[in-house]
Design a binder for this molecule. Sequence first.
Ligand SMILES: Cc1ncc(C[n+]2csc(CCOP(=O)(O)OP(=O)(O)O)c2C)c(N)n1
Ligand SMILES: [Mg+2]
Length: 318
Amino acid sequence: MFGLKKDWSLDLPKKYYTMDDYNGGEARWCPGCGDFAVLTAVQRVCREEQLAPEKTVCVSGIGCSSRFPHYMKTYGFHGLHGRALPVACGVKSRRPDLNVFVATGDGDCCSIGAGHWVHALRYNMDMTVMLFDNNIYGLTKKQTSPTSPQGLATNTHPDGAWLPPLNVLAATLGFSNISYMAQTVDWNPTHLYETLKSAQQHRGLSFVRILQRCPAFVPTMFEAAMQDPDKILLLEHEKGIPLDAGVAKVYKNRQAHDPSDLIGARTIADNTEQIPIGLLYHNPSALVYDDFTTQGMGMSTSDKIEALNRELDRFAIQ
Ligand SMILES: Cc1ncc(C[n+]2csc(CCOP(=O)(O)OP(=O)(O)O)c2C)c(N)n1
Ligand SMILES: [Mg+2]
């Protein structure tokens, strides 16, 4: 009589979400695309944290990486190019109870969506933002993006990109009221997973830049760092991303970095000779905009009408 209680009601186990509960179907990215690894890592985080699929929403802009919401069996919004963040802020402002993930590309976030990048990070609403940075416009087939390295031959700069890339880490650290910024790579699944898990647990906007391979258009982009792990600088600290023994074994080039140290984070970000991975900055006490947008949400209709009338009365001409 397994699971049958004395009053004849069934003692069913609490629902446990498995990977399947987050699987939105076969992902159609190119073979070898780094986006697959990110998708799996997010599904693992959802399972680990037991995020209810019906309480989770993935928001994106436009790009290969922005196809992400289609492959998650959660709510999703595949939006307009560059507009992932304002949509996500809108969702969060009315539904603070939802877990929000944002998928945005380097073109989506740092080019056409750059204005929203600055302001959404300043609003610091509680969501996990994943910047899929493959240093190229993938979906439109190889145009220069703000993070393309100088000299990269693309369809818009066949003789090589003219300018050095935008330093995403340094730029983000310059925005006001940021609360969480980490960097990871798609080709180390453990570090990727640990980083996204830590990001999801943070209350506020966690901005995670993921160096992401695009074998179709820039197949050698991160090859040097993959071949020689010493080109990666692994940041370690008790307040940082939990250090997995396997990850520590691969990345011998390590630096202790307290993520509350903004000046230290800026110094690391400015050194473009190495690729830092880990938590660069964390300020859990930054103001969270949700605390303002959710004010009055529990009001009844008559309370709302009364409050509205009170406001209108302020304009009455005596
Ligand atoms: C308003 C607007 N401008 C331009 C485009 C064309 N467009 C679609 S995706 C894209 C860039 C995609 O690059 P990225 O954001 O880096 O994503 P990826 O495909 O590399 O993942 C561009 C320019 C568009 N869809 N809408
Ligand atoms: Mg891109």
